[in-house]
Ligand binder design. Structure first.
Ligand code: MG
Length: 434
């Protein structure tokens, strides 16, 4: 007969005004809930969920895995009804993970349920494996290959859940079962732990401290040390045997892969070909078809966002600094290009030298650098189209030289015409039309 021993710790963290997490240790039923909602609604949601779960579990005649799933759905209904009955609680919701010892003496199982992004891990043979799948937008994007796992940490919608208790009258519940083995250690936690402490660091603490309460407290302390940006809740459950003490079960805490393989084989699990990459201890129980359809519907319709404080890390600051430098460099380059040259254009009938580019570049508009005192009637008319478009020169001197050339050209043409014209002729026929 399997005996469980558990320890737990919860903390408000260093940023939040209240602790919306809840935990439950009730016989061989354990749970963690992470509430969300304005004011006190998040606390009400998580508190209602764990109490309703405990009550529903207690009233079930058969304590099997399906009964735990049903109890979780009862808890969902209770949270939803509570929200419907009180306008100030509308929109509240909560995550829920729970573990319960189920089955008869001959075929005991640990049933694990999950809704949301709290997690359950199993430490077996020194190796840590996550038993639950997050119901969050980023987890789905990562699973679909649309987002790298390390990008998920900084994704702007990383707090959006695709499933939560209390936002609809029914919710699909993930259920897996684990055949318990002496020495197994389960960890239930809210995201306040896993956003601060890496899986490797979690595994290290779980291997080092054999007392479950000490391990839970240490994990909470680590999360606070690394920022404590959210409420942190941890439940550690050890699988003991009636005849053995935990100290014996955890006598050899170092990873022993051969031992893992043999333990798994004893548990009757088929695939032990590669115990280093996966510990095949989990037997996922597929949801009924109707439930899966509901899940797809609710994934789109229900996306509660937690009003969490965003973590500003050095990487984020560095990213924005680099972005500012790139934008600043781009603006400087546009400014240089827009102002670097001169052109000769028209200002009314006057030839004018402008600084800038004809028509301007983005927000850089040309400015008048110099008037020339030359009008369109003093240059050959064939130059007027190019002057209207603007004749670009590399410097002010080059622009001045261009104007001088135009006037020189005009004077030459007309000084050659003058001697051949009759002295009393009417206005020159060569006067260009402006
Ligand atoms: Mg949280």
């Amino acid at each position: 007969m399997t005996v469980l021993r558990a320890g737990a710790a919860t903390d408000i963290g260093l940023v939040r005004a209240n602790n919306q997490d809840q935990l439950l240790l009730a016989g061989s039923l354990y749970a963690v809930a992470d509430g969300m909602g304005g004011h006190a609604a998040g606390e009400v949601a998580s508190d209602t969920a764990v109490k309703a779960l405990e009550a529903a579990w207690a009233t079930r005649s058969a304590h099997d895995a399906r009964a735990l799933e049903a109890a979780a759905r009862d808890a969902n209904r209770k949270v939803w009804q509570t929200a419907q009955a009180d306008p100030s609680l509308r929109g509240m919701g909560t995550t829920l993970v729970a573990v319960a010892l189920t089955g008869s003496d001959e075929a005991e199982e640990l049933a694990v349920i999950n809704v949301g992004d709290s997690r359950v891990y199993l430490l077996r043979g020194g190796e840590l494996a996550q038993l639950t799948v997050d119901h969050s937008l980023v987890a789905e994007l990562v699973a679909e290959g649309q987002l790298a796992a390390d990008e998920a940490e900084f994704h702007p919608q990383r707090h959006v859940l695709t499933r939560a208790l209390g936002v609809d009258s029914d919710v699909p519940v993930d259920l897996v079962t684990v055949a318990p083995i002496q020495g197994d250690r389960l960890l239930l936690c809210s995201d306040g732990l896993i956003r601060e402490v890496s899986d490797n660091q979690v595994a290290s603490v779980l291997r080092r401290l054999s007392d479950p309460t000490e391990a839970a407290r240490e994990l909470v302390a680590e999360a606070k040390l690394r920022g404590g940006n959210d409420n942190i809740t941890v439940v550690v459950v050890d699988v003991l045997d009636n005849s053995e003490r935990a100290a014996q079960a955890w006598g050899g805490l170092a990873p022993d892969r051969d031992a893992t393989a043999s333990l798994v084989a004893e548990a009757g699990v088929d695939d032990v070909s590669d115990p280093t990459t996966s510990v095949p201890v989990v037997a996922p129980i597929p949801a009924p078809k109707a439930t899966r359809r509901q899940h797809r519907k609710s994934s789109k319709a229900v996306a509660p966002t937690r009003p969490r404080v965003r973590i500003v890390t050095a990487r984020v600051v560095l990213f924005f600094l680099l972005l500012l430098m790139v934008l600043g460099g781009g603006a400087a380059a546009v400014g240089w290009y827009g102002r670097a040259s001169y052109y000769v254009g028209l200002s009314g009938q006057q030839l004018t030298i402008f600084k800038g580019r004809p028509g301007g570049v983005l927000w850089i508009h040309p400015t008048v650098a110099q008037g020339t005192g030359v009008t369109t009637s003093q240059v050959e008319s064939r130059h007027l189209p190019e002057l209207q478009a603007g004749v670009t020169e590399s410097s002010l001197a080059a622009a001045q030289a261009y104007v001088t050339n135009l006037t020189h050209e005009y004077k030459q043409a007309h000084s050659q015409l003058a001697p051949t014209s009759p002295p009393s002729s009417a206005p020159s026929t060569s006067v260009p039309q402006g």
